[in-house]
Design a protein around this ligand. Structure first.
Ligand SMILES: Nc1ncnc2c1ncn2[C@@H]1O[C@H](COP(=O)(O)OP(=O)(O)O)[C@@H](O)[C@H]1O
Ligand SMILES: [Mg+2]
Length: 227
């Protein structure tokens, strides 16, 4: 059954007086526990689509359904709650909170979710260990390498067992070895915890890891293949 479904999503941005058609009618269905790469050149609409699937941005028209919830029929509170409990985000620029330590960054989502303090701490520790950051709990983002920061970002995205993780070019700022390590980790989470992953990339190494490769070009899906 589809956990994510978009129907005829269109999105236009204004750049000065120019209209940019970022998405021109995107239909996408992703089933639970899929591991999907969204490929395509820069400017093709990958980030826009991920932001719309994650409820961070609104389409001009079309339908978005996540875990049986149609976004347009939800109020702000329910949408925020769906985002908080069902969706994990990994942003290209990590977006960690600079004044918080690694473990505090990971705990923060659970704080918003109302998870009790001891449990927050235990779960954050366990997930940081899982991503190979034991011993780095108290480091601030600036004290960590790019790869380590991205691991914190992934740990933060998956710590509360979301149904879906959306990752926007998660390896773009990493060297290929670190990027590969991150992908293996995501793959493991996908297999063991049945977390659905949708991640964008324009890196061929990353595409090779995906079991399904959806190619987007000029705001349209031009190819969709399952290996
Ligand atoms: N906030 C925005 N304002 C104006 N134009 C935007 C905005 N976000 C994206 N765009 C434009 O929409 C198109 C698709 O962008 P994007 O989704 O970021 O593509 P990708 O992630 O594949 O590089 C590009 O032409 C980009 O310049
Ligand atoms: Mg992008």
């Amino acid at each position: 059954m589809a956990i994510v479904e978009t129907k005829d999503i269109k999105k236009t941005y204004l750049q000065g007086k120019m209209k940019i058609e970022a998405l021109r009618g995107v239909d996408l269905k992703v089933d639970k526990a899929e591991f999907v790469a969204l490929a395509g050149p820069s400017g093709s609409g990958k980030t826009t689509l991920l932001n719309i699937i994650g409820g961070l941005d609104l389409p001009d028209s079309g339908i978005v359904i996540v875990d049986n919830n149609e976004f347009a029929k939800m109020n702000q509170t329910d949408l925020a709650s769906l985002r908080l409990h069902k969706i994990g985000f990994v942003f290209q620029a990590f977006n960690l909170i600079p004044v918080l330590s690694a473990i505090e960054n990971v705990e923060y989502v659970m704080l918003l979710q109302g998870v009790p303090k001891m449990e927050r701490h235990d779960r954050a520790r366990a997930i940081l260990d899982d991503v190979g950051l034991e011993g780095k709990y108290d480091s601030r983002p600036a004290e960590l390498s790019g790869g380590q920061q991205q691991r914190v970002a992934v740990a933060r995205a998956i710590v509360s067992n979301p149904a879906i993780v959306l990752a926007d070019e998660p390896t773009a700022n990493l060297d290929s070895k670190t990027g590969q390590g991150l992908l293996l980790m995501m793959e493991k989470m996908n297999k063991e915890k049945k977390v659905t992953f949708i991640f964008s990339t324009h890196d061929s190494m990353v595409m090779d890891y995906a079991r399904r490769l959806v190619t987007i070009k000029d705001g349209l899906i031009v190819n969709d293949e399952t290996k």
